[in-house]
Design a protein around this ligand. Structure first.
Ligand code: BES
Ligand code: ZN
Length: 460
């Protein structure tokens, strides 16, 4: 072995198996936050995180009860005069359906072709384990940490993150810091490190359409009865046309023009992300607003998606029913200048306006969160950039991602600190889908990068 290997590298190499065992044990806990029957599992996953934080040697690691799933808070503040980094992650995961499409069971973490397959491996337990192991390594090697660290984890991210939003807005003193770090994003490829400069906001809604007071026979009533399923289809088709334009008056008013440099990046697409989209989705043509480049469509434009429709008869065979009720789950992704509450108001108004006569429509605001734009110029982001360059051998690209991490905007708004969005997921990690995976190389390079990032923050 080379004699110039650093103690950090030696520790990581020596503990590889242990790191993976700890990751697997955590991934075995089915911490699905949106399903009430998994409430105890979610808590169990939080307790597992506490165990990891204690093992690192953090001064404090506690569960904070909330109205929903608990928060995990931990701190180590023994580096006077040094900056404080607040690290965020989430230990809850998405549901697993359609379960039959998983090659190995979602909560039986399995290593194949250099990847670990399990729900939460990439989003976000694997990425949080990167943080635990980076801190563990630094503490084990130096008997101390180079900066002050606060860790805040939530178990409701996939369910809208209400409790953490409440906690941050009511207890900002406790979270005082010089920078926040969120490890819940991606890189375009394993040899293309990235820092994320923007995320979209979101509103998630449910549209309920009520027709008659009960299901009806379509022979007796077809011709006079309202059909909520059909009305819902009409509403949906009026909200967005086939060219991806959303017909919600006022929606586009506040979309800010991108910086010319970003515009150029979107148009030229030097990383060939358009081809990657086609490949990853297995389609031969992209949808959406063709007059905007694909990167702008995912990063900088509002979009509207229908996630599910229910109502009527979907069993085997035939049943001639006119359903009394139909429902759709619909969300919008919002570039950072559109505020979720304002957009919900516009959305609700439009749904009522476009609904056909004869049905009653109710629009429910399930959850919402704001997007964020971060400047790449701050010292913490420069430190992250240097750490990525060191580990990956090339400087990172600066990119927006289309997903939402509402906590990022809250950190910005409430704590007024730079937010570093640095994650090690890859585009084909199958987030929220069957066969979610995390590349082991990304797991270990992530640990190296976060350890280096934390050290660099001490040197400012
Ligand atoms: N890790 C994702 C966010 C993400 C996805 C960032 C893709 C970048 C690219 C996060 O866990 C997530 O899925 N968030 C939800 C937020 C929502 C439930 C408020 C999302 O984006 O759907
Ligand atoms: Zn996530």
């Amino acid at each position: 072995m080379a004699t110039n290997e650093t103690p950090i590298e030696t520790y990581i190499t020596k503990h590889q198996e242990q790191f993976l065992e700890d990751l697997k044990a955590w991934l075995r806990i089915p911490s699905i936050s949106t399903l009430p029957e998994h409430k105890a599992d979610v808590k169990h996953a939080a307790e597992y995180a506490i165990g990891q934080l204690q093992r690192i040697g953090m001064s404090e690691a506690t569960l904070i009860p909330t109205n929903g799933h608990p928060l995990v808070y931990s701190e180590w503040l023994k580096a006077p005069g040094k900056p404080t980094l607040l690290i965020y992650g989430h230990y809850d995961v998405q549901p697993v359906d359609p379960i039959e499409l998983w090659e190995s069971a979602p909560f039986d973490p399995t290593i194949r072709n250099g990847n670990i397959y399990a729900r939460g491996s990439s989003d976000d337990k694997g990425q949080v384990m990167v943080i635990f192991k980076a801190l563990e390594t630094l503490m084990a090697v130096n008997d101390t940490l180079p900066i002050n660290i606060k860790v805040l984890l939530e178990g409701e991210e996939e369910a809208g993150g209400e409790s953490i939003a409440h906690y941050i807005t009511t207890t900002p003193e406790r979270l005082g810091c010089d920078a926040a770090f969120i490890c819940d994003t991606h890189m375009p490829a394993a040899d293309m490190p990235a820092l994320i400069t923007g995320l979209r906001g979101i509103i998630y809604t449910e549209v309920e359409v009520q027709g008659a007071t009960q299901d009806l026979h379509s022979g007796s009533y077809g011709g006079v009865a309202p059909n909520p399923l059909h009305s819902l289809a009409i509403i949906i088709s009026r909200l967005k046309d086939e060219d991806g334009h959303i017909h919600i008056p006022g929606l586009y008013d506040k979309v800010r023009k991108p910086h010319p440099q970003e515009q150029e990046f979107w148009e030229k697409d030097p990383l060939h992300i358009k081809e990657a989209y086609l490949r990853e989705m297995g389609v031969n043509q992209l949808s959406g607003e063709l007059e905007y480049p694909p990167l702008e469509r995912t990063g900088g434009r509002p979009t509207l998606e229908v996630h599910g429709i229910s109502g009527g008869f979907v069993g085997e065979g035939a049943k001639t029913v006119i359903p009394a009720v139909a429902k759709a789950k619909i969300s919008l992704r919002l570039p950072p200048d559109l505020k979720s509450q304002e957009v919900f108001t516009l959305f609700e108004k439009t749904v009522h306006e476009v609904a056909p006569a004869g049905v009653t429509v109710n629009v429910i605001n399930v959850h919402g969160g704001e997007g964020i734009i971060v400047s790449p110029d701050s010292a913490p982001i420069q430190a992250a950039s240097a750490a990525l360059a060191e580990v990956y051998g090339k400087p990172p690209v600066f990119l927006r991602e289309g997903g939402s991490i509402p906590i990022a905007a809250l950190f910005d708004a409430v704590l007024h600190v730079p937010v570093v969005l640095m994650g090690f997921g890859l585009p084909d990690d199958n987030l929220h889908a069957p066969n979610e995976k995390y590349a082991l190389s990304q797991f270990f390079n992530g640990i190296r990068t976060v350890a280096s990032f934390v050290q660099k923050l001490a040197q400012k």
